[in-house]
Write a protein of this length. Structure first.
Length: 476
């Protein structure tokens, strides 16, 4: 095991995406000893994902919005790292955080094969762990050529490759517009953007739109760009089937009613060789839940962390920034990263956050208002489960079908997702329910306390040898 950090850092930031970067450099600006850990080999997270150096990308900024903001953050990161105020540990997957006296002990995996264990300590902790894409299964979604919408964008940003030449983009949420436009600009033909909700619902909240004119302008630019590339916007519709034998050859798009139930007789085929599909994002809360941080249900139905106005969680000494407190986008992530750091600085120095914290709180409240509207508009309707055929795989890891889960509910008495999991193994595979959890909960019973993700002692697979060494060190 690599040597552990002998002295605790004043603050550890987990995650080097926009929120984590902003938090780390702001804390280092004030002279705090900062530890920044991230599983990736380079900073930026999913949003600022950059092409691998070996690809020789001449203009990586062409694939991003706000690239100057990112380069300014990384320049500050480099200065603080060179000055010894900040330790940036890349390739460090934090798999658990435990409390040791007044400090937090971070257990991470690192090394060439990701199997070496390392233990670090910090007095305060900022969680900036981002989000994962939410998928709703449908017949054919396991066919080669079907990728996540965010996954398609990641392929383009990091690998400079397209999932296909003729790509239908489908699902729900504003991310779809950005994905479709990126693919079109990169040379893909996007015959349709299929949105299960409807953008007209935003007009019912004029005050929120007026308070966030930048988001409204961004939506107008995206629509205009898609129109230039000939992409049709199909609202209140969903891909309800994928066609093909070896890979995607086409999709069926059906009209949806207000509950997202397919309207019989409205299915129309669109030929394509790839489908990029996603229904928004959900926060990654594993570390926070392991620490005992409380959650609440957000406007889109997902569990998010309960935070105060300075982004403290309900666990002393733990802050969170970005998507952990609700899906909102890069602007909120940057503002919250800075605000969390200002609160940490005040806690470390025994004072109050500086005057600029008040402005960040106001900006956060304004942007969170739009995020709540976005979550309400694009929240999946209960009728989406009628897309599923009995043989549609819901849990891909364990190959559990919708019919099997429904049988566990109807015939075996499963009334919640935990019981359905025990009876069918749905959610017991490699991803531990991160992909299928939402769908299993929807099939197993009405939303309720079960909607909160389960608390796991391990965030990712950990070698038994590492667990054994960790246990021995804690007993010593």
């Amino acid at each position: 095991m690599p040597p552990s950090c002998p002295d605790p850092a004043e603050v550890a930031v987990v995650g080097a995406g926009p929120a984590g970067l902003a938090a780390a450099v702001t804390a280092a600006d004030a002279g705090l000893d900062v530890l920044l850990l991230d599983a990736a080999d380079a900073p930026g997270g999913q949003y600022y994902r950059a092409p691998a150096p070996g690809l020789g990308a001449a203009r990586p900024e062409a694939l991003h919005h706000g690239w100057r903001t990112f380069t300014a953050l990384t320049a500050r990161l480099a200065r603080h790292r060179d000055a010894g105020r900040l330790r940036h540990l890349t390739g460090h997957q934090v798999w658990a955080v435990t409390r040791t006296g007044g400090d937090h002990t971070l257990h991470a995996l690192t090394g060439p094969d990701g199997r070496e264990g390392v233990t670090l300590r910090a007095r305060r902790l900022v969680l900036a762990t981002g989000a994962v894409e939410r998928q709703l299964p449908f017949p054919g979604w396991t066919l080669p050529g079907v990728v996540g919408a965010a996954g398609a964008q990641a392929m383009l940003k990091s690998g400079l490759v397209l999932p296909g030449r003729r790509v239908v983009v489908a699902g729900s949420g504003p991310l779809l517009q950005a994905v479709a436009l990126s693919l079109a600009r990169a040379g893909a033909r996007v015959p349709a953007l299929v949105e299960a909700a409807g953008y007209g619902a935003y007009a019912r909240a004029p005050q929120v739109l007026a308070a966030n004119p930048d988001r409204l302008a961004e939506g107008v630019r995206h629509r205009a760009g898609l129109a230039r590339y000939g992409a049709r916007m199909l609202a209140h519709r969903a891909v309800t089937a994928v066609h093909g034998t070896e890979r995607v050859e086409g999709v069926t798009v059906s009209r949806l009613d207000h509950a997202w139930r397919p309207v019989p007789g409205t299915g129309r085929r669109i030929d394509c060789d790839a489908l990029a599909v996603g229904h928004g994002l959900v926060p990654q809360l594993d570390l926070a839940l392991g620490l005992g941080c409380a959650t609440r249900t957000d406007a889109d139905g997902s569990a998010v962390l309960e935070l105060d106005e300075d982004l403290r969680t309900t666990v002393p000494g733990v802050w969170a920034a970005g998507e952990s407190g609700g899906i909102g986008g890069v602007r909120i992530a940057l503002a919250e990263g800075e605000l969390a750091a200002l609160s940490v600085i005040a806690d470390a120095r025994g004072g109050r956050p500086p005057a600029r914290a008040a402005g960040l709180r106001r900006r956060r409240r304004r942007m969170r208002g739009f995020a709540a509207l976005m979550g309400t508009v694009h929240r999946p309707g209960p009728g989406w489960t009628e897309w599923l055929a009995p043989g549609t795989e819901v849990c891909r890891c364990e190959e559990v079908t919708a019919g099997t889960i429904r049988n566990a509910v109807d015939e075996l008495g499963a009334g919640d997702s935990r019981t359905a999991k025990l009876l069918t193994r749905a959610g017991m595979g490699w991803c531990q329910g991160r992909t299928c959890g939402f769908a299993v909960r929807a099939l197993a019973g009405p939303p309720g306390p079960d909607a909160t993700p389960g608390r796991r002692p391990l965030v990712c697979p950990v070698p038994l040898s590492t667990l054994a060494r960790t246990a021995r060190s804690e007993d010593a």
